[in-house]
Design a binder for this molecule. Structure first.
Ligand code: GDP
Length: 247
């Protein structure tokens, strides 16, 4: 049963110490509007009726049975966008406390994919010595006609225009933006102010995730598609690292 929680802290459970912990903190990262709260709710099984009652809650606890063994995840939905000139303690805290990270973008918003790349880089620099599971998630996979980020790198130039208007604009030509992360080989473009190469037309999420050593999955929080698989995958990744430390 889902048990939403109202608070969380780095002392509550889990650590990178390598000891078996019954509970792991999984932090959701990503731009506003990509579906982090929807994924957290889908994970926790919160019905729409309950959402109002739980307004302000930031973490959801649930025990999953994966491969015959139970593990409790505390899914933290507290990430806030950066505001100009604002103290970033809260963001740093989020990047420090997770035992695993789910970086979410929307497949209908290429900008959110680029933000996901930046978040991966921030995480890497902040948790350098640690091998923490990171899952890249392309959410809103149900919005197929509005797709701006491809999975396998197939060109979306022959993208069939939607019959009804999409909630977000579909680019007429593929965006050519400076690469800031997943699209380029590690280190590309970051030496001595060299201009990074442009992203390939419409990024290739799976290849980029591989390059940055993340797992990748597409989900639809709206249709509950792949949500269970996502969090089961997080559990498996956590266990793999635990086994590695024990070996
Ligand atoms: P957050 O700001 O990242 O927490 O995003 P929310 O969970 O609040 O979702 C933002 C909007 O996207 C809401 O209107 C959701 O109903 C919608 N949304 C979230 N996930 C999906 C999805 O998988 N498919 C569709 N079609 N809409 C979604």
């Amino acid at each position: 049963a889902a048990a939403p929680r109202g608070s969380w802290s780095s002392e509550s459970s889990g650590s990178s110490s390598g000891c078996w912990e019954p509970q792991y903190r999984v932090v959701l990262l990503g731009d506003p509007g990509v579906g982090k709260t929807s994924l957290a709710n889908a994970f926790a099984g919160v019905q729409e009726r309950d959402l109002l009652e739980q307004h302000g809650e930031v973490a959801y606890e649930r025990t999953l049975s994966v491969d015959g063994e139970e593990t409790t995840l505390l899914v933290i939905d507290a990430w806030e966008p950066e505001r100009r000139g604002e103290e970033s303690w809260h963001r740093s805290h989020c990047l420090q406390v997770g035992n695993a990270y789910v970086i979410v973008y929307s497949i209908t918003d290429h900008g959110s994919f680029e933000s996901a790349a930046e978040l991966r880089i921030q995480l890497r620099s902040m948790r350098q010595a640690e091998d923490i599971p990171i899952i890249l998630v392309g959410n809103k996979s149900d919005l197929v006609r509005c797709r701006e980020v491809s999975v396998e790198g197939k060109s979306l130039q022959n993208h069939v225009p939607s019959l009804s208007p999409c909630p977000v604009s579909v680019p007429v030509s593929p965006p050519r933006v400076p690469c800031r992360g997943f699209c380029c080989a590690p280190g590309a473009g970051d030496a001595s102010g060299a201009v990074p190469p442009p992203c390939p037309p419409l990024a290739e999420a799976r290849a980029c995730a591989m390059m940055f050593d993340c797992k990748f999955i597409e989900t639809s929080a709206a249709l509950q598609h792949n949500v269970a698989e996502l969090f089961e995958g997080v559990v498996r990744q956590l266990r793999l690292r635990l086994e590695g430390k024990e070996a």
